[in-house]
Write a protein that binds this ligand. Structure first.
Ligand code: G1P
Ligand code: ZN
Length: 543
């Protein structure tokens, strides 16, 4: 096999964000763009010589071509073995599991998660480390540094492999093993949940609708929900992965998963609805006529996880990202387990999971997971909910009402202002930062600021510190507003405004969330001077 060393030059802007490198697909397809980034990954981890990696993606446009390039580069860099999902498909949690199960040196996951796919949409690539989780900042910084110094990359002259053929092939001296994308993940789920109880739930007439959003979880959901658990055929909708996700936005929230929301809010709605995103790590949970916010879902799962065999011994702790509501903290306090507040992004949970200090983790952005892998896991969350429903035999609405009657309700919503010119967004954040010392004691409409800060995180396991992780403003009413800029966008800046208002256990838990949050929302808009700085006042998306 002939190995070419191709001269190249550093390419600007190859800085991994919240979850790997995301760019417009056409940019990724430019000659050398993917190659430079892949070589930078290999260089940053001390080379690929003798190593084994898992490779797979969410099946979006350019997935298969990118994998063929990665195979040739891994072979040229001396890798020993690659483990590939059949057809180039692996959900992110399934990839994380394969990395761990096979004790590999990490994995390359091709996905832009919930961003749309297609030649004019988004593509992405991230590196996961041997524990199965996204590379921590020390490694993503090293990768970025490599992208700025790179002078050449290595690629082998080899034929494309047949990504659909299960079994072993080779590229030069490197072995490529193509595995069933679903099989090992399916076994893992069986080991965690009471499949018999869930099967009986379906036998009793319980109905589910799972929206795979034309993305990677389709095959997983068909296999587990319909075949293993006996949900009737047709329970899984949009279950065939497509390169452009059926032209949609594979983001499981009430806005983008409106097809499912309409079903769940309609007459004759099924008992339970759920959706997951492009690469299968996010989830949305809906009961008949009842949307469950991801923050509440984390809290309910924390309180009830012991009902599933995999968590019957109890939880070590629960971790949530800072913008996620405090609902799970209240459960942790009652259970007398540790709780952690981390920066946005799953990579910050890795150390806590590895150290055995957190068992469940969650983010307000529809991410929930546990120590079974090192990524968030959409289908896992659905199965844990089903296990709980199978044991409790109550509706989702009843479970929520009961939960709030014990812990109180954290009304919650996130407002996104998309595609703001980067300079305006930076001015807004700088203005907020500068205003922090003077905010406490000031009143904005119905809300008075109690305290505020810019969030920094000190990792309790390795002591590393991450600064500038979002601005938090706490109000005397018990409300909170958080401001941060998205780290996953590919165009302009997205301002995320996270709103929260606590209602005690004996309060009114049935208000409209947007109405319950109006005081905090209006105060937040004034505090950040959004209208003056950007001309915007209405969010593009409310979740
Ligand atoms: C978003 C979410 C964050 C999640 C990430 C990757 O990042 O807010 O919780 O971990 O996607 O799925 P952001 O765009 O806010 O940086
Ligand atoms: Zn995702």
């Amino acid at each position: 096999m002939n190995i070419n060393t191709v001269s190249t030059q550093p390419i600007d802007g190859q800085k991994p964000g919240t979850s790997g490198l995301r760019k417009k697909t056409r940019i990724f397809m430019e000659p050398g763009y993917l190659e430079n980034f892949v070589q930078s990954i290999f260089n940053a981890i001390g080379g690929a010589e003798g190593k084994t990696f898992v490779v797979g993606g969410d099946g979006r446009f350019f997935n298969a071509q990118a994998i063929q390039i990665i195979i040739k580069m891994a072979a040229a860099n001396g890798a020993k073995r690659l483990i590939l999902g059949q057809g180039g498909l692996l959900s992110t949690p399934a990839a994380s599991h394969l990395i761990r199960l096979n004790k590999t040196d990490g994995g390359l996951i091709l996905s832009a998660s919930h961003n749309p796919g297609g030649i004019d949409e988004d593509f992405g690539l991230k590196f996961n480390v041997p524990n199965g989780g996204p590379a921590p900042e020390s490694i993503t910084d090293a990768i970025f540094q490599q992208t700025k110094e790179l002078t050449s990359y290595k690629v082998a002259d080899a034929d494309d492999l047949d990504l659909d053929a299960l079994g072993q092939q080779s590229a030069g001296d490197m072995t490529v093993e193509i595995v069933d994308s679903v099989a090992d993940y399916r076994k893992l789920m069986k080991s965690l949940f009471n499949f018999d109880a869930i099967r009986q739930l379906f036998e009793s007439g319980f109905r589910i609708r799972f929206d795979a959003m034309h993305a990677v979880t389709g095959p997983y959901a068909h296999a587990i929900l319909e075949k293993d658990l006996g949900a009737p055929d047709g329970s899984v909708m949009n279950g065939v992965p497509s390169e452009n996700f059926g032209g949609g936005h594979p983001d499981p929230n009430p806005v983008w998963a409106h097809e499912l929301m309409d079903i769940m809010m309609g007459d004759d709605a099924p008992d339970f609805g759920a959706a997951s995103d492009g690469d299968g790590d996010r989830n949305m949970i809906v009961g008949r006529g009842t949307y469950v916010t991801p923050s509440d879902s984390l809290a309910v799962l924390t309180a009830n996880a012991f009902l599933a065999p995999g968590y019957a011994k109890g939880l070590a702790g629960v971790a949530r990202s800072m913008p996620t509501s405090a609902a799970s903290d209240r459960v942790a306090e009652k259970l007398e387990i540790e709780c952690f507040e981390t920066p946005t992004g799953w990579k910050f949970f890795g150390n806590l999971l590895d150290a055995g200090r957190a068992t469940l983790c969650g983010e307000e952005s529809a991410g929930t997971g546990s120590n079974h892998v090192r990524e968030k896991d959409g289908l896992w969350a659905v199965l844990l909910w089903l296990n709980i429903l199978a044991v409790r035999r109550e509706s989702v609405a009843e479970i929520l009402a009961h939960h709030w009657s014990i812990y109180g309700r954290d009304y919650y919503s996130r407002h996104d202002f998309e595609n703001i010119p980067t300079e305006q967004a930076n001015t807004l954040m700088t203005g907020l930062r500068d205003a922090l010392p003077d905010l406490p004691g000031q009143t904005f409409g119905s809300e008075t600021v109690a305290s505020c800060d810019e969030f920094s995180y000190s990792d309790p396991v390795d002591g590393s510190v991450s600064h500038n992780q979002g601005i938090r403003v706490y109000f005397e009413s018990g409300g909170r507003a958080v401001f941060r800029l998205s780290g996953t966008g590919t165009q302009g800046a997205t301002l995320r405004l996270y709103l929260e208002q606590f209602e005690p256990a004996d309060g009114d838990h049935l208000k409209d969330p947007q109405e319950a949050l109006v005081g905090v929302q209006q105060a937040a808009l004034v505090i950040c001077d959004l209208q003056n700085l950007t001309g915007r006042s209405e969010p593009d998306v409310k979740t």
